[in-house]
Write a protein that binds this ligand. Sequence first.
Ligand code: CTP
Ligand code: MG
Length: 231
Amino acid sequence: PQVAVIVVAAGSGSRLGHAEPKAFVSLAGRTLLERALASVFGMRDPVQVIVVAPATHLAHARRVASRAGGAASVDVVAGGATRQESVNRGLAALHPGVRTVLVHDAARALTPAALCDAVVDAVQSTGHGIVPGLAVVDTIKKISAAGEILGTVDRAALSAVQTPQGFPREMLTAAAAAASAGSSLAATDDAGVVAAAGYPVSVIAGDPLAFKITTLWDLGRAEALLGARVP
Ligand code: CTP
Ligand code: MG
């Protein structure tokens, strides 16, 4: 395939607070990882799928992947101490023919397959990095360390970004190598790494269903959504 999707699932889920790593927590009878992979396998064209899992859960991840994807080829690799390190481990497993790489959080378990396809299309038509984002609806304040309000940020200039984030392969691998080499500030997403390396990154319309399951409240919201509609 010309497209690869790296699903990062190696985090512990400390804010969720379950004993098992977050990607292996059950959401209405199926793990977050299985649900995230079902969307990836629902994409229009075949893709290389790389799951980055905790070193303790590689066999479990393989079982989940075969349940979600049947015959499709899935590579499972061990993650690192940070999300960025986990992405780097995934990048090392890319097949030679891959031109476009998506990086996706397993924690965004309800992301529609159509959003993944839209990111691929936008990367391929623009040659840019592409991230899905939603308009910010709350009023955002800039504050001091003591909590004093310093001003209001113009929310029309803001986007709350999601995953999957997609990039031309060379852009992402070069940016990741530059970030590993040190200098740049710690980025919290892949778009930050790629933009720090000087490459163009644009936003397309995200999807509310691509929200990240971070806390128990988010898990409850996901359960409620699944109860209200067929996944
Ligand atoms: N992730 C990863 N490797 C890490 C840290 C995070 O692969 N070392 C993945 C998580 O599994 C998740 C995604 O990155 O799918 C987004 O991270 P986040 O929601 O912060 O998950 P956790 O780091 O597991 O949660 P927490 O920060 O609450 O501990
Ligand atoms: Mg985290």
